[in-house]
Write a protein of this length. Structure first.
Ligand code: HEM
Length: 284
């Protein structure tokens, strides 16, 4: 179905949404049509994505855009991704890889190893610290997508639960998980192509349905659970995927990790501008 009418209508109203929210950036793109970093073609793609998330209902989409903008103004996810230094304990439980020869929607992959956590209180007990790190990983992955490339405008997320036990599913872990699930559901619509859960211990597989109940319906359909890591290759292949998961890379995930380093990775112009402005204001 052609939705160009809704896209045009919504693009025409972005200026007023920006005014109402007091903020003009979503997923690193400037959405104020009068702004110097505004790019028509990209914003049309972004607006299409947002409309799709809310079933092409204009009023509902507008309401959600305002909520997303207000949340981004307050939470500052770009800072979580590109400025803040997160505790080294998080390095072990998350990674971002690129998978350039992967299938459509499978060129950017985030990984979480929540089963390797020895001390759940240390990781999930300070929930804000955890949330800022997890959102930062999400934003770094978003930054590697290209909304103008129909093969790279969605990402894959993998949860590897190797080593997980029911003892590690503490109250803190449950609270942190449900907070992230809600936050991703509310503020990151239409970014996932698939989310895979691998090495899920048989005794914990019931958690799949338990967690799924918190997830929005459209996302629920994208979740796939499997017993072993190597089964992942039935769904995800490529040079950004290590052999233990059935991919074609001989390197372990640690070596494939994309580490954000400003000197090596060029951030989009508007993201750089916003970050530089923030740094300048901190110095003043
Ligand atoms: C030690 C045990 C576990 C911990 C600490 C944990 C942690 C988390 C966290 C932090 C999230 C938030 C989303 C994210 O970070 O991407 C999440 C989501 C989720 N988890 Fe787990 N989890 C555990 C076990 C399991 C198991 C065994 C399953 C079964 C497959 C499972 C299924 C899910 C599902 C379906 C979601 C929602 C997906 C989403 O909306 O992102 N979890 N979990």
């Amino acid at each position: 179905m052609d939705h160009s009418k809704e896209v045009t209508q919504l693009v025409g109203q972005l200026g007023s949404l920006v005014k109402e929210a007091g903020y003009d950036e979503i997923y690193g793109y400037q959405i104020d049509p009068t702004g110097e970093f505004y790019d028509d073609a990209t914003i049309e793609k972004l607006v299409y994505k947002l409309l799709k998330a809310y079933k092409f209902e204009l009023q509902d989409t507008k309401k959600h855009i305002i909520e997303i903008l207000k949340w981004r103004r307050k939470f500052d996810p770009l800072s979580a991704a590109f400025l803040e230094k997160h505790a080294p304990k998080f390095d072990k439980i998350g990674a971002l890889t690129l998978n350039p020869d992967g299938a459509s929607g499978q060129k950017v992959v985030t990984w979480n190893f929540y089963g390797t956590i020895d001390d759940p209180q240390d990781v999930f007990g300070h929930v804000n610290e955890f949330i800022r790190w997890r959102v930062g990983l999400m934003e770094q992955a978003l930054n590697m997508l290209d909304l103008n490339d129909a093969d790279n405008d969605y990402m894959v997320q993998v949860h590897d639960y190797k080593g997980a036990s029911l003892f590690s599913m503490t109250g803190d872990a449950k609270k942190a998980s449900t907070s992230i699930i809600r936050l991703f559901g509310d503020y990151y619509p239409e970014v996932l192509s698939k989310k895979f859960f691998v090495n899920v211990p048989a005794l914990m597989s019931f958690l799949f349905n338990a967690f799924k109940s918190f997830v929005a319906e459209a996302t629920r359909r994208k979740l796939v659970m499997m017993r072993n890591g190597s089964e992942l290759s039935e769904y995800l292949k490529g040079s950004g995927v290590p052999k233990i998961y059935g991919g074609s890379s001989g390197k372990p995930l640690d070596e494939l990790k994309l580490v954000f380093d400003k000197s090596k990775i060029k951030l989009p112009a508007y993201v750089s501008y916003l970050l530089e402005t923030k740094i300048a204001n901190q110095v003043d």
